[in-house]
Design a protein around this ligand. Sequence first.
Ligand SMILES: Cc1cc2nc3c(=O)[nH]c(=O)nc-3n(C[C@H](O)[C@H](O)[C@H](O)COP(=O)(O)O)c2cc1C
Length: 337
Amino acid sequence: MSLSTKYLGLDLKSPLIASSSPQNSKISYLRQLEDAGAAAVVLPSLFQEQIESRDEELSSASAKESDNNTATSNYFPASEIAPYGLGSDEYLNLIRLAKENLSIPVIASLNGATESDWVNYARLFQEAGASAIELNNYYVPYDFSMSGRDIEQHFISILSIVRQAVTIPVSVKLLPFMSSLGHYVNELKCKGADGFVLFNRVLQPDIDLLTLRLDNRLLLSSKQEMSLSMLWISLLAQNQKRQFSLAASTGVREVDDIIKYLLVGADVVMMTSVLLRHGPEYLKVLHDGLEKWVSSRGYSNLSELRGLMSKIWMAQEQGGGRKSYIKMLNAFQNAAV
Ligand SMILES: Cc1cc2nc3c(=O)[nH]c(=O)nc-3n(C[C@H](O)[C@H](O)[C@H](O)COP(=O)(O)O)c2cc1C
């Protein structure tokens, strides 16, 4: 029995991937992940803001040198926003070191939202040895003058630039809030995206009622967050002409969650919170649990089970998604009385 799979054209020994997280900037931690069974790792993101602040630092240093300019600038010093203490050069070095120290694929993550020079880092990622690039266009559309179409075109254009700059595979980490996600995914595919990660989590601050301030603390994910990713992977996996990979991300806590994601059609399953909670060695528990379940069901490889539930899910949507929805609401009312 084999757990091997393909993701973005890369051959992986299993579908288990450690997604982007602060710990993944340490080589010792990456090694632990590999030893525990990670089939690939995604490095923490290099953010557009890090790249731009570095460029500003360089140009302001040279301006100071030339005319002793004392004007203040409103850029963020790189040290303040580098999420895990890494500047852009150190990030490239991290890619090199990760490649040298690991035998599994290393996916580098490029994170930005507007079209400018940061996109050129895609080429530098490839030169540093990244096996693939995960593009993260984190953005909450607060500008109401932009239509949904404008926003899609904007991100499609960023993807096109990255695609043209590299020959390695490129995946897109998607936000769930697009009006027609399937159509958007098809367009990104046409512009060269090799795969999609569902989903990016959106910062959703709480309010501290004592101080009347926003509480921006990052909470680890909960199992309930899986359902949105499951729904969309299930629908996208039904695409007859699918020539892209699907990575499930968000909410995995135990082996059953991984199985569910595979059953709706995911090629790989990514996780961060569960590894931060239990440590990298927990991957072994998940790996062994998956192996046990697959063989106990008599499957000899993952393609025999992948997407089995996706067809049923799509049939429900096509054959009366609204009916099922109303039925579900009624069932709750009946149970409540
Ligand atoms: C502390 C922390 C840091 C993260 N940093 C990044 C990042 O740099 N880039 C990125 O694309 N995702 C980042 N993520 C999101 C994760 O990669 C993942 O998509 C998200 O946590 C959902 O997966 P999970 O439910 O398994 O945690 C981060 C998550 C956490 C908890």
